[in-house]
Design a protein around this ligand. Structure first.
Ligand code: SF4
Length: 315
């Protein structure tokens, strides 16, 4: 069976061996984040629908999981916002009833959790990983560029409500965009919001491969110091400190080789690679990251987006 809506398992630094479920079409999202590694959002929306039919996703999951693969997590993620699919609860129920040995994670931007029905639909997950990059309306607008009408205070209230109702783990992710959300005032606001949300962990992330906008830079030592001092008494971890992907059991050197061979012929975007190799863009992104870290490839911004090519030593 050729899978269209499940992918991997991917070597995830946070989740180990993780099978991905992408329940929405490419770049259908409530946000258009400046750092998104999948490129600009093409369908900016808050409309919830059964974008990909549940029965199609369940058929793929059944086919894959009946072989009893070794996995740490089954993760709703993808190139957009997974809670936009109204079938998410049915898929979680299916997994819990038929494959209870697997833990379920939901990677979400958290923007729809102010809706009670969305909170209820993901309540049976084991781990929810929402993001919160800003608290002030201005920083939120500059970083996340949300669908009109989505207000950050409403989103934070949704996260607070969800924490009260949800029994599993919440790992809250903050993506630092130097110059925007690393100011003293924003750090203070973020700290206050975190205290109210009370997540199990806070994970600090920063650019580790090119984002949608080329002015977004990785965290620098000044920002890092500030983040550490503001959050030092909170359960915070830096994502960059996680173990390298190559050490994760599902790391597949064949995929790396295929990427290198393809971009040696001509520079490609992540989307080009995904189409050419028939591998989900999220999986491609993990391998691009590992190759960038080892300086086997490099990136460049062109009109059509971020392109990857081999470094001189790998030509
Ligand atoms: S980073 Fe996530 S929330 Fe932001 S635009 Fe990309 S898919 Fe959407």
């Amino acid at each position: 069976m050729r899978y269209q809506h499940i992918f991997g398992p991917v070597p995830s630094r946070r989740l180990g061996i993780s099978l991905g479920i992408d329940p929405i079409p490419f770049k259908t999202c409530t946000y258009n984040c400046v750092y998104c590694e999948c490129g600009a959002t093409t369908n900016l929306t808050t409309d919830r629908e059964e974008y990909i039919p549940v029965k199609v996703i369940i058929a793929e999951l059944k086919d894959y999981l009946d072989a009893n693969p070794k996995l740490d997590y089954i993760t709703f993620s993808g190139s957009g916002e997974p809670t936009l699919n109204t079938g998410i609860e049915e898929i979680i129920d299916f997994l819990k009833e038929n494959y209870p040995q697997y833990k379920i994670a939901v990677l979400t931007n958290g923007s729809l959790l102010y809706q009670k029905e969305v909170r209820d639909e993901i309540i049976r997950a084991d781990l929810v990983m929402p993001s919160l990059d800003a608290v002030s309306a201005q920083a939120f607008r500059r970083i996340n560029r949300a669908y009109i009408g989505l207000e950050i205070q409403k989103i934070i209230s949704g996260l607070i409500e969800f924490r009260k109702e949800f029994k599993g783990k919440i790992w809250l992710e903050i993506f630092i965009v130097p110059g925007i959300n690393d100011t003293d005032s924003e750090m203070k606001l973020l700290r206050e919001a975190i205290m109210k949300i009370n997540p199990t962990h806070v994970q600090i992330n920063s650019l580790d491969r090119p984002g949608t906008e080329n002015w977004v830079k990785p965290i620098n030592s000044v920002s890092l110091k500030k983040v550490v001092s503001y959050f030092k008494d909170l359960p915070v971890e830096m994502i960059t400190n996680f173990k390298s992907r190559e050490k994760i059991a599902s790391f597949n050197h064949n995929i790396e080789d295929k990427i290198i061979t393809t971009i040696k012929r001509r520079p490609c975007t992540a989307e080009d690679l995904s189409e050419t190799l028939g591998i989900h863009i999220n999986e491609i992104n993990k391998y691009l990251q590992a190759l960038l870290e080892r300086e086997r490839i490099e990136s460049m911004y062109l009109k059509r987006g971020v392109f990857f090519k081999t470094t001189k030593d790998n030509n």
